[in-house]
Design a protein around this ligand. Sequence first.
Ligand SMILES: Cc1cc2nc3c(=O)[nH]c(=O)nc-3n(C[C@H](O)[C@H](O)[C@H](O)COP(=O)(O)OP(=O)(O)OC[C@H]3O[C@@H](n4cnc5c(N)ncnc54)[C@H](O)[C@@H]3O)c2cc1C
Length: 466
Amino acid sequence: MVKHAKMPRNDAGIHTALGILKQRFGTQCQTGHAVCEQHGHTTTWLENQPPDAVVFAQTSQEVSDIVKVCAEHRVPVIAYGTGTSLEGHVNAPAGGVCVDLSQMDKVLAVNAGDLDCRVQPGVTREDLNTHLRDKGLFFPIDPGANASLGGMAATNASGTNAVRYGTMKDNVLSLEAVMADGRIIRTGGRARKTSAGYDMTRLLVGSEGTLCIITEITLRLQGIPEAISSARCSFPTVESACQTVMSVIQYGLPVARIELLDEVMVRASNAYSNLGLPETPLLLLEFHGTEASVVEQAEIFGALSDDFGGTGYAATTTTEERNKLWKARHDAYWAMLQYRPGATGIATDACVPISRLADCVTQAQARAQELGLIAPIVGHAGDGNFHVTPLVDMADADEVARAAGFVAWLNDLALSMDGTCTGEHGIGQGKMPYLVQEMGEATDFMADIKAALDPKGILNPGKITS
Ligand SMILES: Cc1cc2nc3c(=O)[nH]c(=O)nc-3n(C[C@H](O)[C@H](O)[C@H](O)COP(=O)(O)OP(=O)(O)OC[C@H]3O[C@@H](n4cnc5c(N)ncnc54)[C@H](O)[C@@H]3O)c2cc1C
């Protein structure tokens, strides 16, 4: 594991706060080694840094009470959804109290006529969609893991549908949040637009538990389209696949999903999900609209892909076939891990303007090969966002060093193309050095905002700026 700096612990404060929390919360407050370790980070190559206790909160008032105790004794508080973040986000480098929100899992209201809903933070995206299905509605943001909506808001997550429906920032209407002194605030209502003062909603979305703990979320919903069709198309090189994506976006074709898998990723998915696809770079697509418009979109895509050597273009007609392909896409991470058993996948998350996508992905693939890394590529290509994931034997110091060098090189490349080091995963611990490189002096103002909203520095310390 890669070690990340520990921070000074406030042992006396932690001891006192734990005594109060145990008395107040009984069995909801757990201090066992296994539960604490499980709430330190799991899906990352960063070292596990467990909290001292995990409190399973059930109401907003309980979250507020926990934060007030921790504020009084200057003890770190780390919010936890489902722990699928990838940059050490839920690690506790100074110890402290993890607030697990998974038991706050109620869908509080669905306003079908207004296409919105209000949920507690522990509702997962799959649970919400199961709840909505018989109402003809869906929530489009779909990270590759079945994450909590609180965690997704906190990381400004997105997924395969972002090219059409945007990211969490575009789909959160307002929040209820517990601030660093324990006060509970609302950042707005259900109006589709507002000019009421500073945009607190969008400040808190993406703040990774460093400015508040989100206790309710009001979300935009979408009607399930009249027609959905999926398609796949193979390409001779990742460059030709990316050039096709660029021309689709520049044409203005309103694809709902356009995902890239390189040849290594297709091989891994074939093995894991039994797909039987040609083992060359692949685009997976989905079109949403009326019966007529999805046919038209599919035809236009076919013509565009011909220009770049696309072959085997096939629409998936049955729901079963479509679900199988998209399930395989969502299982890509697990397919990679099985492709090199025992290896750790090192997530990268570069995102560049669409006109630079082909150049960036092609260079990244060549560089990984030069370094002798097995590094499948999968990505939300329509947003210019892709994940090269070196599969690394963590016992091999030389390979770890090559992978670390690759990650740094890729982030530099994305920044040199006016892109970002993280399109969707966030900063956590792992990307902190790149944030400074990407944002320069703007990082100082982020630190000022943090100091103003959390003057004691108790909310998820050691992440983003401090
Ligand atoms: C296989 C796999 C695929 C993935 N694919 C994608 C993808 O396509 N797109 C994408 O965006 N991400 C992806 N991720 C990353 C991850 O799923 C997202 O970052 C997700 O939003 C994290 O949600 P979570 O509930 O697991 O949050 P956690 O990991 O529990 O927490 C994440 C951060 O949010 C904070 N937090 C959690 N809940 C709250 C709350 N209620 N209030 C305030 N702060 C809170 C935590 O303190 C932490 O800093 C993937 C991860 C995996 C393992």
